[in-house]
Write a protein that binds this ligand. Structure first.
Ligand code: NAP
Length: 251
């Protein structure tokens, strides 16, 4: 491993889509910082797996709903690796199925704090290190949105859908803001992807229940999302910024 090797930080990188991005990022040659919120075992297992395959990885604890954690996380990655080239705003939550007329303040505040405010604050820390305006060498950011941003998720979690709508707008605005500072900013909108997030939202059988209604009659895999993310981070996407790529099987 050399200090010339590019560095990728993925929030919520220890499980699901984030873990697939970390694995593929390592294969693409990045040193990988794997953020997690609470489940240290999952993060450590992924780091060990990447190292066993010859890659360089580091687990970094931090809740993206807490500003001090975000600042500490970026500091830890920079201290360990000395640079940041690619950043993925992947950590995100859903909540239990509810109608809007059943949602209380604490649910809405948590949803927006983690999915929206956390993504802004993480991007702030990434831009401070990547932007040529701040003495950086440029970089690429990918935000993980959701097909829910355009579908609305009625009767499930309109709050989640709206948080991802904010991510879409954020992607376009930030991309234009830093376009002359060496940073590209894009988003990926996954459809129904087979991960633990559905169980976390109280619907462990969501994939099985919904898949026959999907155009491809199957859920996507985390690896299928990761491929799109690595493309957007790569030089192959050098003229792509402010783009939002659907990886939703036509949903
Ligand atoms: P997941 O399987 O539930 O993965 C959760 C990951 O995020 C874990 O690494 C977890 O860490 C971490 N995490 C959770 N809350 C966090 C916080 N507050 N701060 C930092 N890390 C946190 O989720 P996923 O399905 O891979 O989803 C990843 C992203 O894709 C999310 O933004 C989600 O909205 C989006 N997405 C998913 C789908 C889908 O169908 N799966 C569809 C569209 C969009 P711990 O292990 O420590 O808890």
């Amino acid at each position: 491993m050399t200090d010339k090797q590019k560095v990728l930080l993925v929030t919520g990188g220890s499980r699901g889509i984030g873990a697939a991005i970390c694995r593929l990022g390592s294969k693409a040659g990045y040193r990988v910082a794997v953020n997690y919120a609470a489940n240290k075992d999952a993060a450590d297992a992924l780091v060990a797996e990447i190292q066993a395959a010859g890659g360089d990885a580091l687990a970094v604890k931090g809740d993206v709903g807490v500003e001090a954690d975000i600042v500490a996380m970026f500091g830890a990655v920079y201290r360990a690796y000395g640079r940041l080239d690619a950043f993925v705003n992947n950590a995100g939550i859903v909540d239990v199925k509810a109608r809007v007329d059943e949602m209380d303040f604490s649910r809405l505040e948590r949803m927006m704090r983690i999915n929206v405010v956390g993504s802004f604050l993480c991007a702030r820390e990434a831009v401070k290190r990547m932007s040529t305006r701040h003495g950086g060498k440029g970089g690429a950011i990918v935000n993980i949105s959701s097909a829910a941003a355009v579908l609305g998720a009625a009767d499930n979690y309109v709050d989640y859908a709206a948080s991802k709508g904010a991510i879409d707008t954020f992607t376009i605005g930030l991309a234009r803001e830093v376009a002359l500072e060496g940073i590209r900013v894009n988003a990926v909108r996954p459809g129904i992807i087979d991960t633990d997030i559905h169980a976390s939202g109280g619907q462990p059988d969501r994939v099985a229940l919904i898949q026959d209604t999907l155009p491809m009659k199957r859920a996507g895999t985390a690896d299928e999302v990761a491929g799109a993310v690595l493309y957007l981070l790569s030089d192959a996407a050098s003229y792509t910024t402010g783009a939002i790529l659907n990886v939703s099987g036509g949903r």
